[in-house]
Design a protein around this ligand. Structure first.
Ligand SMILES: Nc1ncnc2c1ncn2[C@@H]1O[C@H](COP(=O)(O)OP(=O)(O)O)[C@@H](O)[C@H]1O
Ligand SMILES: [Mg+2]
Length: 283
């Protein structure tokens, strides 16, 4: 018997990018769940997602319940379904960004000596230099796939070399903290869909991904509105990020975030933002 023998597939859930996400219904009792399949991912998504929710539980932050079933294929798992929820990106507010800051701060509160991920259930350490090398290999592949012009791709890869100089500060992280990976349900915020690449990494990676979601902070009212600066201020207040956060390491982490998202179809402002970030010394 497979998942689809016990559960009825109701529909695909919109918004999935790298995964296949379906709403399913238990034929025995009518309860709805989310069935997620992450094909072709090099690392163990289920393990990271499970660990991530256990971290959230530990620190008193809302989390999704996650299940495996012998009916699941190795690349499938089942999540609690948050009915009538919407993503943070769909309905942004100062209050929700404040809450996002508060929750991320709790996730980041404990410093770690090393960065790591889990592969086939085993902890794999990842040094900063290996992370940089891996990022370059991955970006090289992506730039070829999306046919990024040679001179530009070389410029981006050289910038990653510059990021190697960062002195990493590790904690548990989400690793893909954009505004569609937080669901709003009953006025609370559920962080979900963490990275399958890292479970402990540099926490500025998360902060910069949030900032990158708010391009108006640097580019003005280009993409979607002039309130990005207010949302960012709310996030910073919730996180407790003071006025002096923007140092060389932070700038390099922000450069890394831009460069990683150059081929992201949802963030076409990435090259313009990168150029702006390269120009500035402080906010
Ligand atoms: N547990 C859930 N409850 C409600 N909606 C969900 C749930 N999980 C995923 N979704 C919806 O499916 C979309 C894609 O899920 P996600 O896990 O982010 O996939 P991807 O890895 O492709 O980004 C989300 O943006 C959200 O709208
Ligand atoms: Mg997602």
């Amino acid at each position: 018997m497979k998942v689809i023998d016990r559960f009825e597939v109701m529909r695909e859930l919109p918004g999935a990018f790298s995964s296949e996400v379906q709403l399913i219904r238990d034929c025995d009792n009518g309860v709805e769940y989310v069935l997620k399949r992450t094909p072709g991912e090099p690392f163990n998504d289920f393990h990271h997602e499970k660990l991530f929710y256990s971290y959230l539980k530990e620190i008193g932050v809302p989390y999704l319940k996650i299940y495996t079933s012998p009916l699941c294929e190795p690349d499938q798992f089942i999540l609690e379904y948050l009915k009538d929820s919407y993503s943070l990106g769909e309905r942004e507010s100062n209050n929700l960004y404040f809450v996002l800051g508060k929750y991320l701060r709790r996730l980041h509160h404990e410093e770690y000596d090393d960065s790591y991920r889990f592969v086939d259930g085993k902890k794999n350490l990842l040094s900063w230099n290996d992370f940089i090398d891996e990022t370059k290999t991955y970006l090289n592949y992506k730039y070829q796939k999306y046919q990024v012009e040679k001179t530009l791709s070389l410029k981006y890869l050289r910038l990653i070399d510059q990021v190697a100089s960062v002195r990493p500060k590790y904690s548990r992280i989400h690793g893909d903290m954009h505004s569609n990976n937080a669901l709003v349900n009953n006025n609370d915020l559920y962080l979900f869909d963490p990275s399958s690449f890292l479970i402990v990494g540099d926490y500025r990676y998360d902060i910069c991904r949030v900032l990158f979601s708010l391009p108006g902070v640097y580019l003005g009212n280009v993409e979607k509105g002039e309130n990005d600066s207010a949302l960012w201020d709310s996030f910073r207040t919730g996180y407790g990020l003071g006025e002096t956060y923007f140092d060389d390491d932070f700038k390099n982490m922000l450069i890394l975030t831009c460069v990683e998202n150059i081929t992201n179809p949802f963030t076409q402002y990435a090259p313009a933002l990168l150029d702006k970030v390269l120009e500035i010394d402080t906010l």
